[in-house]
Design a protein around this ligand. Structure first.
Ligand SMILES: [Ca+2]
Ligand SMILES: [Ca+2]
Ligand SMILES: [Ca+2]
Length: 481
């Protein structure tokens, strides 16, 4: 029976991207999606979807050992205020939390190891008993696995080659708990040099893989056979102007190269819309981070990544007439070639702007009003929920409102009289459900109908999936019988 259950579980895991990735035995694309979903900003555990927990201001999967984590991620000690050290839960280290040049690049009690990866800090072995298998306190004061350390008891330095042969000790030390796992920066199957082995001093050739010399500091890495010239878009001030729905073939010409793109959403319609920014045709040996920034506060709004040929895409609800930038930079050891693209899906709400009583739009009885309760981001500050105000003249008697709701967004409906007094209570319709309400014995006069977004709040938390990517309008109708 147990075997059958296991088989069923395996099937479910295989069929469900999210489950597959959470299961820790995912392929790289599943892992990518989930990692981005996990990395939402947070300050409390309750900011994260259960069972994720908040650590280092991001949502993480809990773990006790590497094998609890998505492939290639290290289990590290999490933070929990007031918790005794021994009670701090382990969390799966996100890719963006891994690489470092010095200690201050690392979270919490982590130090930057000789392999230029953030690891739990320690003074002696007794400090390294919180995460399974990381039992050795190295001379460089970071916790490591026994099979990661060399004969001197320490981790091989980044770029210093390794003592272990092809892709050897450093490959394992790439931080993933197994050279067989296709981790970013791993010296694995593709012969791609690990961050910790083919890096800065790559000339020492520790990895011995056929591509081992690609990222050596001595010469420009060839990346994914990138023959494109660098267009010089190396900073946000030099961003390449980008037009929606075009494709831009690019390449990171070196490990340090960054490519910036800049684009502006149309002024009309004023409701704003959905931004999608993506990378495809990604070289099969390299990897990238894709980050979207606002220009109002230069804040990071969204980030995704992909490697070893995987595409990456991020979604974001955005305001009309705003300029954004996207940055492409290296994620794994080899700078990739890629195709950058972005699209914008505007939401037509001809009654906007109508966010206040003063802006209320007159409507007629029986008129089918198609609107969107939507607000997009212009900066890191979350927009308030959209309100749509309508003004309608009613005869004395009863009034009915029907609201057909799109699949993923629920709405409040309020009624106010001309003096600003609310008539009746709050009404709320569950997303996807068509609702109708009736008010009885109203006096003749001018009234205001308000439709208000209610499905949590506009979010930029989901990097690669957009559960609220809703382009259907609601349909509001006011009648009197
Ligand atoms: Ca470039
Ligand atoms: Ca609206
Ligand atoms: Ca509005």
């Amino acid at each position: 029976m147990r075997n059958i259950n296991r088989a069923l579980l395996a099937l479910i895991v295989a069929a469900t991207p999210l489950s597959g990735a959470l299961g820790g035995c995912s392929d790289s694309s599943d892992e990518k999606n989930t990692t981005d979903e996990l990395s939402e900003d947070c300050s409390l555990n309750s900011d994260c979807g259960d069972p994720l927990i908040c650590a280092f201001s991001r949502c993480h999967k809990q773990c006790a050992a590497d094998r609890d984590c998505p492939t290639g991620q290290r289990c590290v000690t999490g933070e929990e205020d007031d918790a005794e050290e021994a009670d701090k839960p382990g969390v799966c280290q996100l890719p963006i939390e891994k690489e470092c040049e010095e200690d201050r690049d690392c979270n919490g009690g982590q130090y930057c190891g000789p392999d230029q990866e953030c690891r739990d800090g320690c003074n002696d072995d007794s400090d390294c008993n919180l995460i399974k298998d990381y039992t050795v306190c190295t001379p460089s004061n970071v916790c490591a696995k026994e099979d990661e350390v060399g004969s001197d008891g320490d981790l091989p330095p980044a770029g210093g080659g390794s003592e272990g042969g092809a892709g050897g000790a450093t490959g394992a030390g790439g931080g993933s708990g197994g050279a067989s796992e296709p981790t970013p920066g791993d010296a694995g199957a593709g012969g791609e040099p690990a961050m910790g082995s083919g890096g800065a001093g790559g000339a020492s050739g520790g990895t011995g893989g056929t591509t081992g010399g690609k990222t050596g500091d001595g010469g420009a890495p060839s990346g994914d056979d990138c023959s494109l010239e660098d267009v010089g878009n190396d900073s946000r001030d030099e961003a390449t102007p980008y037009e929606f729905d075009t494709e831009f073939a690019g390449c990171l010409q070196s490990r340090e190269d960054t490519d910036w793109y800049e684009f502006t959403t149309p002024e009309e319609p004023v409701q704003g819309g959905w931004l999608l920014v993506g990378m495809k045709d990604v070289g099969t040996s390299g990897g990238f981070y894709l980050t979207v920034y606002s220009t109002e506060d230069n804040a990071q709004l969204q980030q995704g990544y992909g490697y070893q040929g995987a595409n990456g895409v991020v979604y974001l609800p955005v305001a009309a007439g705003k300029t954004f930038r996207a940055e492409v930079k290296m994620y794994s050891a080899i700078p990739p070639e890629y195709t950058f693209y972005a699209s914008y899906t505007p939401l037509m709400d001809e009654y906007e702007p109508n966010d206040t009583r003063e802006e209320a739009k007159p409507i007629a009885l029986g008129e089918e009003i198609r609107g969107h309760a939507f607000q997009g981001f212009a900066s890191a500050t979350a927009p308030t929920n959209d309100e749509d105000w309508y003004e309608v003249d009613l005869a004395a008697g009863n009034m009915q409102i029907t609201l057909d709701q799109p699949e993923t967004i629920g709405h409040y409906v309020y009624l106010y009289d001309e003096t600003g007094a609310q008539k009746g209570g709050n009404t709320y319709g569950t997303a996807g459900v068509d609702v109708s309400y009736e008010w009885t014995s109203l006096d003749r006069g001018k009234y205001y109908v308000v439709v208000r977004y209610y499905t949590g709040q506009m979010s930029r938390g989901q990097a690669t999936t957009a559960p609220d990517f809703e382009t259907e309008p609601y349909v509001l109708t006011v009648t009197q019988d």
